[in-house]
Write a protein that binds this ligand. Structure first.
Ligand code: MG
Length: 395
């Protein structure tokens, strides 16, 4: 039985927003949910958002989706699920240190990749090309679509009915054309304003997490090597410190130690540099950060440069690596073939999707039908996409 507000009064719980700074997103400032719901009895609204994301079907599928390495390559590579957990860990650490709302930043972090296609960015680019005549495909917008429309868990509404603040954080980027259709949520893209601090933090934690875990995964896969990585001064510095401190350590523990130290250095810098900017701007309300044209959560200049150098290195040596390129070209071919086949013949879709596509097409034309096909393809895991591809004899 659901606890009532009277029960809540009896729970001997501490204030869940204890420790929030004046500019942290306290629940009382929330712009609320699209469909009004009674307040939760013993959780905050943002805890409820986080819990809804964890129970979503799209969240479970993250286990079988990847960004760089295709899922079946090995059991030790990051998946979108473990990536999302790492983002949430980093973001929560920084949030607690800065007095920001940990629950909100966790909800955003866990939801940020829900709209990703199979096969990471290769899949997203391919689907975007397929949808060129039908309004395109943007993975951030798709993550929002997942939590606003596609998850089907509540009798009263479609989607998860998350708070404005979590949805604001999920929508990291958005074209002006789409922003115009999103009402209040899209306004900041048109006015070139920043989202709340928790949204800014989840965004930086995302980048921090993947830059560093891609180093680890790239080394593990043998696509990167330690000697070449020393071209990145930030990596070289940490490597030297580890080798001096642990001259007899084996290669694997050296790599782990270097990655651990890089993350620690960046997180520490993120906390100190952001705190200094809060102070400079005299923040004392969560909306203060939304009035600005530049984000306040970010690294110091020197650390930002280190991150840029690492990013550029990964682009050149990992994402453009012939083996990765071979994988991504194959992935794109699979996504394109799936989309084209399903778009040409809705009867190849499962019954429920077929009915939705037919209705959408009838009522909204070809673009509306294509959107349902794109939703279906985007929702696929890597392995499911390959299964359907083979089942439909598309190779
Ligand atoms: Mg991510």
């Amino acid at each position: 039985m659901a606890p009532s507000d009277q029960d809540a009064a009896r729970f001997p719980i501490v204030d869940p927003e204890r420790g929030l700074a004046p500019y942290g997103a306290a629940g009382r400032y929330s712009r609320g949910r699209r469909f009004a719901e009674p307040a939760p009895a013993y959780r905050t609204e943002y805890q409820r958002d986080r819990d809804r994301v964890v129970h979503a079907t799209a969240f479970r599928r993250l286990e079988y989706k990847t960004q760089v390495f295709v899922n079946h390559e090995g059991d030790h590579y990051r998946t979108r699920l473990t990536h999302s957990l790492e983002v949430a860990q980093i973001a929560r650490t920084v949030a607690r240190a800065l007095g920001l709302n940990e629950d909100l930043v966790e909800a955003i972090s866990l939801a940020h990749d829900l709209g990703h296609t199979p096969f990471g960015h290769a899949g997203q680019d391919a689907l975007n090309a397929c949808m060129a005549d039908f309004g395109g495909f943007e993975h951030n917008l798709q993550s929002l679509r997942v939590v606003d429309e596609l998850e089907n868990r509540y009798a009263k509404f479609s989607g998860l009915n998350l708070t404005f603040e979590t949805r604001e954080g999920i929508l990291k980027h958005c074209s002006a054309r789409n922003a115009r259709q999103l009402g209040e949520l899209g306004r900041r893209f048109l006015k070139r304003r920043q989202p709340g601090l928790e949204a800014q933090l989840a965004n930086v934690a995302d980048e921090l997490a993947y830059n560093n875990h891609d180093v680890d995964d790239g080394l593990r896969a043998g696509l990167l090597d330690v000697a070449t990585l020393t071209q990145v001064p930030f990596f070289a510095e940490q490597l030297l410190a580890v080798q001096r401190g642990h001259p007899r350590a084996d290669q694997r523990s050296i790599i782990h130690e270097v990655v651990r130290r890089m993350i620690d250095t960046l997180v520490t810098d993120l906390v100190t540099a952001s705190a200094a900017r809060f102070k400079d701007h005299g923040l004392n309300h969560p909306d203060d950060a939304r009035q600005l044209g530049e984000p306040l959560i970010g690294f110091s200049r020197s650390c930002a440069e280190s991150q840029q150098a690492l990013k550029a290195f990964l682009r050149r040596h990992l994402y453009q690596h012939p083996k990765v390129k071979q994988m991504t070209e194959r992935a794109q071919a699979v996504v394109v073939a799936l989309f084209n086949a399903l778009q040409a013949d809705y009867s190849l879709l499962p019954a429920a999707h077929r009915a939705r596509a037919e209705t959408a097409h009838r009522e909204g034309g070809a673009a509306a039908g294509a959107r349902i096909v794109a939703d279906y393809v985007a929702g696929m895991t890597d392995r499911f996409a390959l299964q359907v591809f083979e089942h439909l004899n598309l190779s």
